[in-house]
Design a protein around this ligand. Structure first.
Ligand SMILES: [Zn+2]
Length: 252
C-alpha cells in the first residue's frame, strides 16, 4: 500500500496530518501566489521529526520556462530558495509546475530554459518534481508530447515527475493508460496528486473536487493510484480530505 495523505495548511501540518489520518503531507512555505522567500514557521518545523513524510509545493508564480526575464530570473531564485527550505524539513520532493511560454513563443525556448535551471542549480538534496498542468497557454507539461520534449531537454539530470489526475483529465490526457505513457517518457513517477475534477475532459480548467464529487470516474482515479507505485497526496477541499484518504485506503 502506498503512503497516502493530503495537501494541508502550513500553519500546523502535523496536527492536520493527524486529523486526516495522513501518512504524508504537502504544504506551501509562504504565500503560493507571492514572490516572498519561503518561511518555515515554528509549528511547521515540528513535522520534521515526526513519522509523517513531507513534500513541499513551490509557489504558483514560479515559471522558469518563460522567455520573460522579469519572471524567469526571480522564478529560478525562488525555486532555489524553496529547495533549501524543503531540505531543512527533510522533504522528499519539491513540486513545481511545468510552466509555459508566451502564445507566440517557440515551446523549445521553454524546454531550453528548464535545462538552464538544472545547469545552474547548486547541489540540492531535495529532488525537483515537475508537475503536469491542466491548462496554461503554450504549456510545457499539459500534453505528454510536451513532457517528452521537456524530458529530452533535461536528459542527464535527476528530475522527478508528479502526476496530477485532475490536471491530466482536464488537460486532455486519458487516465486509463496515462501511467504507462508517462513511465515510457520519464521512467519514474515520484508522487501522485489524486484529485477529482470539477470540469470536463480537456477543458483546460484547474479546479479540483473531492473524490467522487467531480467528473472523473473514480475507477480511473483508483487505476492510476494502483499502477503508479508512488505516494499519494489528495489536493481536494480540506473538509473532505479525511474521507478521500479513507476511500483510497479501502479501495486500493
Ligand atoms: Zn497538483
Amino acid at each position: 500500500m502506498p503512503l497516502i495523505g493530503a495537501h494541508v495548511d502550513q500553519d500546523d501540518p502535523l496536527a492536520h496530518a493527524r486529523a486526516r489520518n495522513a501518512e504524508v503531507v504537502q504544504f506551501f512555505l509562504g504565500d503560493p501566489k507571492g514572490w516572498k522567500a519561503p518561511v518555515i514557521g515554528e509549528k511547521t518545523r515540528e513535522i520534521k521529526n515526526s513519522d509523517v513524510e513531507v513534500y513541499v509545493h513551490a509557489p504558483y508564480v514560479i515559471n522558469v520556462a518563460t522567455a520573460n526575464n522579469r519572471v524567469r530570473i526571480p522564478s529560478r531564485k525562488l525555486l532555489g530558495a524553496h529547495l533549501a527550505a524543503a531540505a531543512e524539513l527533510g522533504a522528499r520532493g519539491l513540486i513545481v509546475h511545468g510552466g509555459h511560454v508566451g502564445a507566440g513563443d517557440d515551446p523549445q525556448k521553454g524546454f531550453d530554459n528548464w535545462r538552464k535551471v538544472f545547469e545552474r542549480l547548486e547541489e540540492h538534496e531535495v529532488p525537483v518534481l515537475i508537475e503536469n498542468t491542466a491548462g496554461g497557454g503554450n504549456a510545457m507539461a499539459r500534453k505528454l508530447e510536451r513532457v517528452a520534449r521537456l524530458w529530452d531537454a533535461l536528459d542527464g539530470f535527476d528530475v522527478g515527475f508528479c502526476l496530477d489526475t485532475c490536471h491530466a483529465h482536464a488537460g486532455g490526457e486519458d487516465l486509463a493508460d496515462v501511467v504507462e505513457r508517462v513511465m515510457a517518457i520519464t521512467g519514474r513517477i515520484d508522487l501522485i496528486h489524486c484529485n477529482d475534477s470539477r470540469d470536463a475532459f480537456d477543458s483546460g480548467a484547474d479546479r479540483h473536487a473531492s473524490l467522487g464529487a467531480g467528473q472523473i470516474d473514480p475507477e480511473l482515479i483508483l487505476g492510476v493510484c494502483r499502477s503508479a507505485n508512488a505516494p499519494i497526496v489528495v489536493e481536494t477541499p480540506f473538509d473532505g480530505q479525511a474521507e478521500d484518504i479513507a476511500f483510497l485506503r479501502t479501495k486500493l
